[in-house]
Design a protein around this ligand. Structure first.
Ligand code: SF4
Length: 428
């Protein structure tokens, strides 16, 4: 589900970029601002995110940049995508991770799919151990596409299962049959890719504990090396949010969502998956390196419409307009350029780093507190420790098991000074 990254590769909904400093209006006044100004920095990118913006249906919870029904644009999109790949690829040093998400990258017919992936294979310099992941919609996977993945160096897939219960899939307006997940797994593993993630969503309206247990059982029977299990979120401007506001559906209470989260954690740990991030679990040696690069605030470049990049404290997003993307000459225009000051940057590092179960090393925490304005973050941390939400463990600051249920509240309080959000007694 992450990945977080297309509109934002960061799987957090509470990140409020509005309060961050924006790069001056002078940039925009020049017309099309592109990443050309900082393209030479691309050689320090460790990770690369690629966004394919087409889907065959819009799921009701989705706020990612995805377009339905524009088949006539597929070919020209791939041509532009390859143009961007070629330019950026010539500036990159070897990247250690690649993640292609969407949208539905597996939507294209095999010849176009092969053309797109061959271009990545040809133009993107990769470290020998590069983790190269692609998101797979189970309904669109074929044996031939699985073979194309292997031939072009893809070594990890992330399959959007979400649930194995047809009623719950329907309530999410997720258009695939539960059986197609096992079929997609069979295609990719038979082709030679043993490293795969399954996404599940929990805390769906009406979902019972038994249904969640069934989903976890069905998922783990397929032996994924990695599981991402996020609570359903109700993003603004989605059909799901509208249904919630109309009263057509009811959101689970915080206590019920926390109970679902605890069930996921207990069951997956019991089945041999180590929790390494609040919502992510992996067999030994299979934590997702690409997502860790996000959570450790490393440098990554972004390619494709609406893809978000981060280089040396600067964040930006490629144009989220396909019509504009299909016309660019050298690089696509960018939007939402932000350059964080040291105080904001410290808040962002807490927001990301604390999601990792191992927590943040003391020396890093102290550095961030020193670059923060005033001592309010120290106060938030001390209060959170007193409440049992945070703890020091082996010289690292981390969430306690109980504190993970209140992670959003604590992280929001650490992100930005705000009289209203420094009260960490509020529930998420
Ligand atoms: S398949 Fe993924 S990107 Fe496409 S609409 Fe559904 S959730 Fe959004």
């Amino acid at each position: 589900m992450l990945v977080i990254p297309n509109q934002s590769p960061i799987p957090l909904t509470q990140f409020n970029s509005d309060s961050h400093s924006k790069q001056g209006n002078s940039d925009r006044a020049e017309g099309h601002l592109t990443a050309k100004r900082w393209i030479e920095e691309a050689k320090t990118a460790e990770a690369l995110y690629l966004h394919v913006p087409f889907c065959f249906h819009k799921c009701h919870y989705c706020d990612f940049y995805s377009i339905v029904g524009n088949e006539s644009q597929y070919e020209s999109f791939v041509d532009q995508f390859i143009k961007e790949l070629t330019i950026v690829g010539s500036k990159l040093d070897e990247v250690t991770t690649i993640f292609m998400g969407g949208g539905t990258p597996t939507l294209f017919e095999e010849p176009l799919f092969a053309k797109m992936l061959n271009a990545v294979h040809t133009h993107i310099p990769r470290a020998e151990t590069c983790e190269w992941t692609i998101e797979v919609n189970p309904e669109t996977m074929t044996e031939e596409k699985a073979n194309i993945l292997v031939a072009t160096g893809v070594n990890r897939v992330s399959i959007g299962a979400q649930s194995f219960d047809t009623t719950l899939l329907k309530s999410l307006e997720r258009w695939h049959e539960p059986e197609s997940v096992a079929r997609a797994v069979e295609f990719v593993t038979s082709a030679g890719i043993a490293d795969f993630n399954l996404d599940l969503i929990h805390s769906i309206p009406g979902q019972t504990r038994e249904q969640l247990l069934f989903d976890i059982e069905q998922a783990t029977l397929l032996s994924p090396t990695h599981m991402s299990c996020y609570a359903l979120t109700y993003e603004p401007n989605t059909p799901l949010r509208t249904r919630l506001e109309r009263g057509d559906i009811s959101r689970l209470s915080h206590d019920d969502e926390a109970a679902m989260f605890r069930l996921v954690r207990e069951e997956l740990v019991y089945r041999g998956y180590a929790q390494y991030e609040i919502s992510n679990f992996a067999k030994p040696g299979h934590a997702c390196k690409h997502n860790i690069a996000y959570w450790k605030n490393k440098n990554w470049w972004a390619i494709g419409p609406s893809a978000s990049g981060h280089m040396n404290g600067r964040r930006w997003k490629n144009t989220p307009r396909i019509s504009e993307y299909l016309k660019f000459d050298s690089l696509p225009s960018v939007t939402d350029v932000e350059v964080l000051n040291s105080n904001e940057s410290a808040g962002e590092s807490f927001m990301l780093g604390l999601r990792l179960v191992e927590g943040m090393e003391k020396v890093w925490v102290n550095e961030l507190l020193e670059q923060s304005e005033g001592n309010w973050r120290t106060v938030v941390i001390e209060e959170s420790i007193q409440k049992g939400y945070l703890e020091w463990f082996r010289d690292c600051l981390r969430f306690t098991e109980e504190g993970q249920c209140f992670a959003d509240t604590v992280i929001t309080a650490l992100l930005m000074q705000d009289d209203e959000n420094t009260d960490t007694t509020q529930q998420d």
